[in-house]
Design a protein. Sequence first.
Length: 242
Amino acid sequence: MTKTGGRAAGATGAVLATLAAGQFVMALDTTVMNTAIATVAEDLDTTVTGIQTAITMYTLVMASLMITGGKVGEIVGRKRAFAIGCVVYACGSLTTALSPNLTVLMIGWSGLEGLGAVLIMPAIVALVASNFGKPERPRAYGLVAAAGAIAAALGPLIGGAFTTYASWRWVFAGEVLIVAVILVLVRRVNDTPAEQGVKLDLFGTALSALGLGLIVFGILKSGTWGVVQPKPEAPEWMACRR
């Protein structure tokens, strides 16, 4: 292999590692939080239901604004959107690690980390396409997806270990360090330039967020409220219970 070929392979590996690390952090969060629900609730002097609400809100923020996050990437460029998302996500992780109560936890985790994720995840898909040729893309997408799967598998182990021997807060503090490394490496990533003339439709964005949010909210609540026939604790808007 020539020196030029070696440098190109190294650059490709760094790009893949950067994007895979972003996917890893995205997937690690939820699995760790699900593992440490009871411990987090006790530490923040709240209820398990409160922590489950924070998890639900995190999912809702991502689902509601994912299309908007992709549109922002078109306007400012995917690399810039990825970097901005990482900064927002790191701020959310730090806020979560330092949270003294449920309200601050929801601001950091459900709010800031959710907003960071909606910028990062669409950007990862676009940046893989712009940094790898067609023959290499299936492998690159597979490895990025594998990073998410590894995080999902390791999340309960990492969450359980930190919860048992240290504190769940260290997981989110560690995420800040991982994101800092990603921000250093992201300069090697080739950008997808911003598209000229693309504007953000605020009314369409609101409708999209509302529609996707309601769909996901309905799915999340289906187990509690019922799908066709309402359960006893479910609200009724269109029919009266017999």
